[in-house]
Design a protein around this ligand. Structure first.
Ligand SMILES: NC(=O)c1ccc[n+]([C@@H]2O[C@H](COP(=O)([O-])OP(=O)(O)OC[C@H]3O[C@@H](n4cnc5c(N)ncnc54)[C@H](O)[C@@H]3O)[C@@H](O)[C@H]2O)c1
Length: 331
């Protein structure tokens, strides 16, 4: 397949690009490099620019006969979305509509959309496993931009030739195991990012929130190796026509299907480094959530995909990426 990856110079998009190339697909990337890195696309067909630039998108679609779009481009920082909601709606919703218009003009009808587990509300009944039919309660402007786009894609798929698969990612960690690309942000705000910072700076990792209704009181996430996530896209691309055959809009959870608490992640981190981590306990921050993990039956059945890498593998590759990032990006 010829795949256009928007945001293909970012953390996840660049990993998807590597996985697609390894699987023998042709890849074209468009990225405005607001967060993406030029170093991630030096050996790839890449266009610099905005997905809302109609002339650029028409040029890309006319220069390459694209079969499918994997739409990763978005602004992704939750606290920033609270401070700048209109920018988030413009970038993640308005510009995605422009992308869809460009696809329609050029007769490209397949899209895989990067959605997010942040759409799910906190469980009220102690049930931490969520299916695609679990209640939706996006808790931030960022998550709501994803929800709005899911609704728009569903409406468009039912009213036009468009077909769409929304993949709801849980919590990607790690890097391409071959270390071609990885997390380009130096201080990601998730728990593993904070553990890495504490370990590198010989500081303290503070668990924010120890009173949640979970077995050890700390929040639960479904950490997923970014390479497994990328492979889920390869499967979605390859099985797209089958998966959307009877229903033009599909939603699929992408996780390992296992809840890991912050304390358990800290234990796995210490096992990976072989060093003790200085750990403190603090209150939950505003906006923190208890969390959830994925029921992944749909991904198994529809994509023939299952995660093959462990949380320990993700931690190992996140650590291995740090010197490589320094070499490649200079920090
Ligand atoms: N990282 C996560 O934990 C996570 C979880 C769930 C879903 N997602 C989704 O996955 C996708 C990729 O996330 P990521 O972690 O790789 O983020 P990222 O910031 O590394 O990648 C996004 C890329 O999109 C580019 N971009 C943004 N707006 C653009 C525009 N208007 N035109 C062209 N390029 C643009 C950025 O330069 C960047 O390279 C996003 O849609 C995000 O919402 C991420």
């Amino acid at each position: 397949m010829r795949v256009l990856i928007t945001g293909g110079a970012g953390y996840i998009g660049s990993t998807i690009a590597s996985a697609c190339l390894d699987a023998g697909h042709e890849v074209v990337i468009v990225d405005d490099f607001s967060q993406g890195r030029r170093e991630f696309v030096t050996d790839r067909v890449a266009y610099a620019g905005d997905i809302a630039d109609a002339a650029l998108m028409d040029r890309i679609f006319s220069e390459h006969s694209i079969d499918i779009v994997v739409h990763c481009a978005a602004a992704i920082v939750v606290p920033e979305s609270v401070a700048r909601p209109l920018f988030y709606y413009e970038n993640n919703v308005g510009k995605t509509l422009d992308l869809l218009a460009a696809m329609e003009r050029r007769g490209v009808h397949r899209i895989v959309f990067s959605s997010s587990a942040s759409l799910y509300g906190d469980p009220t009944d102690g049930q931490l496993a969520v299916t695609e039919r679990s209640p939706i309660a996006p808790g931030s402007p960022y998550a709501r931009t994803k929800y709005v786009m899911e609704m728009a894609l569903s409406d468009a798929a039912h009213g036009s030739d468009l077909r769409a698969i929304a993949l709801r990612y849980f919590n990607p960690i790690g890097a391409d195991p071959r270390l071609r690309t990885g997390q380009q942000r130096p201080h990601p705000s998730h728990a593993l990012g904070k553990m890495l910072d504490a370990w590198l700076e010989r500081g303290t990792f503070t668990i924010t929130g120890c009173d949640w209704n979970t077995p050890d009181g700390t929040g639960i996430r479904d950490y997923l190796h970014v390479w497994d996530l990328a492979m889920a896209h390869v499967r979605a691309i390859e099985r797209f026509d089958v998966v959307t055959g009877s229903e033009p809009y599909r939603v699929i959870n992408i996780g390992r299907g296992e809840g890991v608490s912050v304390r358990e992640l800290a234990e796995a981190f210490q096992a990976a480094t072989g060093e003790p981590l200085d750990i403190a306990e603090g209150p939950a921050r505003p906006g923190d959530v208890l969390g959830a993990y994925a029921v992944v039956d749909t991904a198994h059945a529809e994509l023939g995909w299952t995660a093959t890498l462990t949380v320990a593998d993700g931690i190992r590759d996140a650590i291995a990426w740090i010197p490589k990032r320094k070499e490649l990006l200079g920090y």
